[in-house]
Design a binder for this molecule. Structure first.
Ligand SMILES: Cc1cc2nc3c(=O)[nH]c(=O)nc-3n(C[C@H](O)[C@H](O)[C@H](O)COP(=O)(O)OP(=O)(O)OC[C@H]3O[C@@H](n4cnc5c(N)ncnc54)[C@H](O)[C@@H]3O)c2cc1C
Ligand code: HEM
Length: 452
């Protein structure tokens, strides 16, 4: 944490790379700080005893504290800065791949030790940092949601081994990439706005990570205790975490397998919290999928996975009496099953209507379990929906099937599955009279990256 306050002008980036050289390359020698390579200035006392000096480090214990922007740049202004930032983003959005490639190339050349934090192949995730910045820019006027989003991101970065002192390096390279590609909208004012925005974003992420460090591990080890193939490409995997895993029904976890180090993918927890502490995932192997393929076809009892912290807002609001209208497509039934267990566990019967969709009846791999739950709980109704071939339930696309039933205006909506299904499902539920603030689903940004 102490390192977070390190100035960009200091001698080390925390990875042993001379900062001046990095920043010099990043800004073409001009230096964002007006002669000095310093966007991020330390508080006064650290200017006297810089934390990068070994003596000073020994004398002053690491302490969490504010990540301070160079005072030359001032504080981030959500009004005027947001306008400049959005202008830049609009310009570079069509060429985001080139910007991202340049950004990472620069980052890894200038800070080779940071390369170790990233997976060998970064194809799937490469534009996520850029997309996160887009999301942050979109949310700039909504401070509460922005802070929630970035705090989650900051906590999630702990599992990558990200440290506060890494942020300036990323910031320098980001600005360098923007300087190079946003030729039309770039100016001194735009650069200053980006420096302020990046500083503010980083600070929220760093603070959230520091706070999380006091109460939770950066990741959990989890041993596979059972692995059951349900179809040729879907497995139900039960794991035992090495310490309690504090999640809510409907959330998901990032998972890393021993076969693809540093490659993390999200999987929904397919159960509500259990007294034995075990967790269940439903995983479908996608063609040429790194993590899903390994989990389905390679993992066996005894293998040890790593889990990131629980995430996601598709959870049950027990303060409400309304029914739950749940749409689960393919393995999207996993978190829906968790929600049903949660309603049962809480003990206050609320109507729960589950529409479980898949391409064919064969793909409804968990229908028997859902039917069994339906028999036990009079408040639960389960309707299978298949889009191709014979069905002993409904046919067609999941959102269309939901539209044909109802009325639904007194229900809260929960959706999980492929992004296309979620988008058209949300439209169907809004059309059926459920306001969008009563509809929950996993982040479409994440899902779009997942391509699922
Ligand atoms: C919040 C969230 C929850 C999720 N929950 C689950 C879950 O419970 N169970 C589950 O199985 N998956 C779930 N996913 C999807 C999962 O995170 C991975 O994206 C998926 O397993 C593919 O990862 P991979 O490493 O195997 O494939 P990658 O190596 O990332 O991709 C390999 C190739 O397959 C394509 N691809 C990726 N996903 C799909 C897909 N679904 N269908 C067809 N092609 C695809 C990619 O575009 C790429 O070309 C969830 C995703 C999110 C964002
Ligand atoms: C404002 C600063 C940053 C933003 C907005 C940001 C955003 C993101 C996002 C959205 C992801 C995708 C996965 C996820 O959601 O966790 C990601 C992944 C990652 N980030 Fe960051 N990040 C920032 C800073 C950093 C820094 C300083 C480091 C350290 C070098 C870092 C290292 C990583 C790594 C290693 C991954 C995983 C990449 C992968 O799985 O391919 N990030 N980041």
């Amino acid at each position: 944490m102490f390192e977070a306050r390190q100035t960009m002008a200091s001698t080390s980036a925390g990875d042993g790379t001379p900062q001046g050289a990095a920043a010099g390359a990043a800004t073409g020698g001009r230096g964002a700080g007006g002669g000095e390579w310093s966007w991020f200035a330390p508080p006064e006392e650290e200017r006297v005893a810089p934390p990068s000096s070994p003596g000073a480090r020994a004398a002053s214990p690491p302490a969490p504290g504010p990540y301070v922007a160079n005072p030359d740049y001032g504080r981030f202004d959500p009004g005027s800065d947001a306008v400049l930032i959005r202008r830049t983003l609009e310009e570079i959005e069509p060429i985001s791949q080139a910007v991202t490639s340049y950004f990472y190339a620069l980052l890894f050349v200038e800070h080779p030790r940071l390369r170790e934090l990233f997976p060998a192949s970064m194809d799937a995730q490469r534009d996520r940092l850029f997309r996160a910045l887009l999301t942050a820019a979109r949310l700039i006027d909504d401070e509460r949601v922005l802070v929630e989003y970035l705090s989650h991101l900051g906590r999630g970065h702990r599992k990558y081994g990200t440290r506060p002192e890494h942020y300036p390096a990323v910031g320098e390279c980001l600005i360098a990439a923007l300087t190079r590609y946003a030729v039309r909208t770039w100016s001194e004012e735009a650069e200053a706005a980006w420096v302020r925005a990046y500083t503010a974003i980083s600070q929220i992420m760093i603070d959230a990570a520091a706070e999380d460090e006091r109460r939770a591990p950066a990741w959990w080890h989890a041993e596979v205790v059972s692995h059951e193939m349900r179809t040729a490409d879907i497995a139900v995997i039960t794991v035992r975490p090495d310490q309690p895993y504090p999640f809510l029904a409907g959330q998901y976890a990032a998972v890393e397998t021993p076969w693809w180090p540093k490659v993390w993918r999200n999987y929904s927890l397919a159960c509500a919290p259990r007294t034995d502490g075990l967790l269940v995932f439903h995983v479908k192997a996608v063609p040429a999928g790194w993590v899903s393929g390994a989990l389905v076809h390679r993992a066996r009892p005894g293998d040890v996975l790593r889990l990131g912290p629980p995430a996601g807002t598709m959870t049950v609001d027990h303060s409400r009496d309304s029914g739950l209208l749940c749409l689960g497509g393919s393995t999207g039934i996993a978190p829906i099953k968790a929600l049903v267990e949660e309603v049962a566990r809480y003990g206050r019967a609320r109507p729960v209507e589950v529409f479980y969709g898949a391409r064919s009846s064969h793909d409804l791999y968990d229908l028997d379990t859902m039917r069994e739950m339906e028999r036990r709980h009079p408040w639960l109704s389960v309707r299978p929906v298949v889009s191709e071939g014979p069905s002993d339930g409904l046919t067609g696309r999941l959102p269309d099937a939901v539209r044909r039933c109802g009325p639904w205006h007194a229900y809260d909506g929960y959706l999980s599955g492929p992004p296309g299904m979620i988008r058209s499902g949300v439209d169907a539920l809004v059309g059926a009279g459920i306001p969008s603030d009563r509809i929950r689903h996993d982040s479409l940004d994440d899902l779009a990256v997942a391509g699922s």
